[in-house]
Each structure stands twice: as C-alpha cells, then as structure tokens.
Ligand binder design. Structure first.
Ligand code: 5GP
Length: 208
C-alpha cells in the first residue's frame, strides 16, 4: 500500500562544498555506503588523474576541447575552473536519478554550488568546514597528492572559500567523520519532510 505523505517521491539534490581537504569525498562515500538510494554525481574534469583514480568512477577525465564542446551543447549543468583545470557536472544523469527517486550528492567548488542554486532552487547547499586551517594543511600534506606549489595554491583557495560559507543553507564541521555524516543525515531527513517538496510531488494539496 502506498504511504500517505511520509516522504517526497522525487530524490533530493545535495551539494557539498568546502575547501580541498575538508573531507567532502569521505563524507559522500559514507553517505552512499549507508543508503543505496543515494548516488554521487560523477564530474567531468580536465585535470590529470591521480594514481588511484579510475576514469568513470572518480571522474570522467577529458580534454579541454571536449569539455568546451559539452558546454556549448548545454550538456553541463554547472562548471568552474579550479587551480588551472575545468570541473563540471554532466546534466543528464542528475535529472534522471532525481526522477528515479534517488538522492544525488554533488561535490562542487563554491562557485559551482552557487550556479546550482540559480538553476535548481530546491537543491540543498551544505558547506563542509574543516576544524582549522592547520588541520586542513596537515590533511592535504598527509594525502601527498599535490606538489608544494599546488598545495600552497589549494590552501590559498581554501582561505577564500571559507569566507563563502555564509551563502550556504547549512554549515557542518568535519572534525570527526561520523559526527559530520550524522549531522548531514539529519539534514537530509528533515529536508525530505518539507511541505514544499511534498506539494511539488502532489502528495500534499496546497489548494486548501
Ligand atoms: P580535486 O582536484 O581535489 O578532485 O577537486 C578540486 C575541487 O573541484 C574540489 O573542491 C571539488 O569540490 C571541485 N569539483 C569536483 N567536481 C566538480 C564539478 O563538477 N564542478 C565544480 N564546480 N567543482 C567540482
């Protein structure tokens, strides 16, 4: 039997932004492991793959020419240039997943998140805050994926990004992964009960 109005039937779009090293990837992986109804939007990028990264899983790695063609054809929902490379969200899969009732999790730069806000006003924007700049630098150095120069560039970009947290719907500190994941799970549960989402689905009638 179909339930009355417990939850919206369409999936929700949750955008995570925050400085490189804030832990967005670990948070998204944990959220997806916990619920088969959640999917990660796999981005396009023109940056070089890192040794452990698999094409089509971590990213769709592509050339700048192909990226620009996709933009011209309107196949990219949002995009941004970050530390010399392009990153963008393929449009089609996002809406397909949402219509199938899946929650789509996106890991985007702040500029990318703000483009999503313009285009998809019911998306939820979550800023992931590292506990401190010192901790961020330590995480990025331990990761060991960046040269000295690239690391310094990421730290400088991080400082600018941190100031943008006020533009988001939620700000979650990632000092301990489990706590951050619990906070986001609570946010997602609450968002699914929003009356506005239930009205869009036709599960509640707003003409009373
Ligand atoms: P990384 O090179 O560390 O994988 O990612 C660098 C930055 O690009 C991260 O802050 C990440 O959030 C962002 N990013 C990844 N995919 C996308 C995307 O599709 N669009 C935008 N705007 N940013 C992205």
């Amino acid at each position: 039997m179909e339930s009355f109005a417990a939850h919206s039937q369409k999936g929700i779009m949750v955008v995570f932004s925050g400085p490189s090293g804030a832990g967005k990837n670990s948070i998204i992986s944990s959220l997806i492991e916990a619920d088969v109804n959640r999917v990660h939007s796999i981005s396009l990028t023109t940056r070089e793959p890192r040794p452990h990264e698999v094409n089509g899983v971590s990213y769709h790695f592509t050339t700048r020419e192909h990226f620009e063609t996709l933009i011209r054809h309107g196949d990219v929902l949002e995009y941004d240039e970050y530390c010399g490379s392009f990153y963008g969200t393929p449009r089609e899969p996002v809406f397909q997943y949402l219509n199938e009732g899946k929650d789509v999790l996106l890991d985007l730069t702040v500029a990318g998140a703000l483009q999503i806000r313009e285009k998809c006003p019911d998306a939820i924007l979550v800023f992931i805050m590292p506990p401190s700049i010192q901790e961020l630098v330590s995480r990025l150095s331990t990761r060991g994926t960046e040269s000295e120069d690239a690391l310094a560039h990421r730290v400088e970009t991080a400082k600018q990004e941190l100031r943008m947290a006020v533009k988001f719907d939620y700000c979650v500190e990632n000092a301990k992964l489990e706590d951050a994941v619990n906070d986001i799970t609570a946010i997602m549960r609450a968002e699914k009960c929003r009356v506005s989402r239930l009205c869009i689905d036709g599960r509640l009638d707003k003409t009373v």
